[in-house]
Design a protein around this ligand. Structure first.
Ligand SMILES: Nc1ncnc2c1ncn2[C@@H]1O[C@H](COP(=O)(O)OP(=O)(O)O)[C@@H](O)[C@H]1O
Ligand SMILES: [Mg+2]
Length: 276
């Protein structure tokens, strides 16, 4: 693969898609007690509305860092991040959390549900922060859970649900405030294959209904659900492919697997979970 070309060639705009996010030379260095870790650097790309993007790369390549920066859970240490023309790096913490609450929904590998709350209460949580009145909150939470096939599990607590069901609750919660962008970090990572496929079907369905989605995964079977595939290696974008057609996705994935085959697994990534 010609990494330099892949990383610097701008992806052509698709008709009807509005530019949503523009990253320029985005970077993140973690300053630890020992040496600084450059987890991400020189990331330049544009995300259009209604895209379904898969982000792949070996362990430690910066996937979670990338997703956290995109979702404004963390701030970059270099470069710029424009969301609908607004420079996110200039926003105060309060402004940033308002943007995050309005625009982003998060789905994590470990679901991150509140164990003491029922399914419906978990889905209500972001709406409490969003100032939605109690009755509306309840109605919307029930409706979302029903849409995700959990109408019969409303009062169950996370420990009384399967992994796939817990992840569906987490998706309902991510959708609660009507986000523009759904961000998922290894959403099927803890699930048996069948339940993982069901989760990916839900995400694809949401995308077909207009949701912009970014999914981090190291699983090629999951990556097949994407329409664009961004590859990270050592904190850099080394590939950015349009995979709308089924034949090309196979070729690209073969290349990815060959590419990463020789890469030893990196250190255990830092804590992925973060509460909503
Ligand atoms: N909070 C942190 N402090 C220091 N280093 C970190 C932190 N988070 C991640 N890293 C390091 O940054 C690099 C990228 O991590 P991460 O984004 O979690 O990669 P991935 O999700 O692809 O496994 C790794 O080398 C990791 O050890
Ligand atoms: Mg990760």
């Amino acid at each position: 693969m010609n990494a330099t070309n892949a990383a610097t060639t701008a992806r052509p705009a698709e008709a009807g898609e509005r530019e949503f996010i523009r990253l320029e030379n985005l970077g993140k260095t973690y300053y630890t007690l020992r040496e600084p870790v450059e987890a991400l650097s020189g990331v330049t790309l544009t995300i259009r509305q209604r895209e379904m993007i898969m982000v792949m790369g070996p362990s430690g390549s910066g996937k979670t860092t990338f997703l956290h920066l995109l979702g404004a859970l963390d701030r970059p240490t270099a470069g710029s991040y424009l969301l609908e023309g607004v420079d996110m790096t200039r926003l105060s913490d309060t402004q940033l959390s308002r943007v995050r609450n309005r625009h982003f929904g998060f789905v994590f590998q470990s679901y991150n549900l509140f164990p003491e709350l029922t399914a419906v209460e978990n889905v209500e949580v972001p709406m409490i922060y969003g100032g939605v009145p109690r009755r509306q909150r309840r109605e919307r939470a029930v409706q979302l859970l029903q849409q995700l096939g959990l109408g019969h599990r409303l009062k169950h607590r996370p420990s009384e649900l399967s992994g796939g069901e817990q992840q569906r609750v987490a998706i309902a919660r991510a959708l609660a405030n009507g986000p523009t962008l759904l961000l998922a970090d290894e959403p099927t990572g803890n699930l048996p294959t069948g339940q993982g496929e069901a989760i990916m079907q839900i995400l694809r369905d949401l995308n077909e209904h207009g949701m912009t989605i970014v999914v981090v995964t190291h699983n090629p079977e999951v990556a097949r659900y994407g329409r664009r595939l961004i590859l990270l290696r050592d904190g850099r974008v080394v590939g950015d492919h349009d995979v709308a057609s089924a034949s090309s996705v196979d070729a690209i994935l073969r290349q990815v697997m060959a590419d990463t085959a020789g890469v030893a697994p990196g250190p255990v990534p830092a804590q992925e979970g973060e509460a909503v």
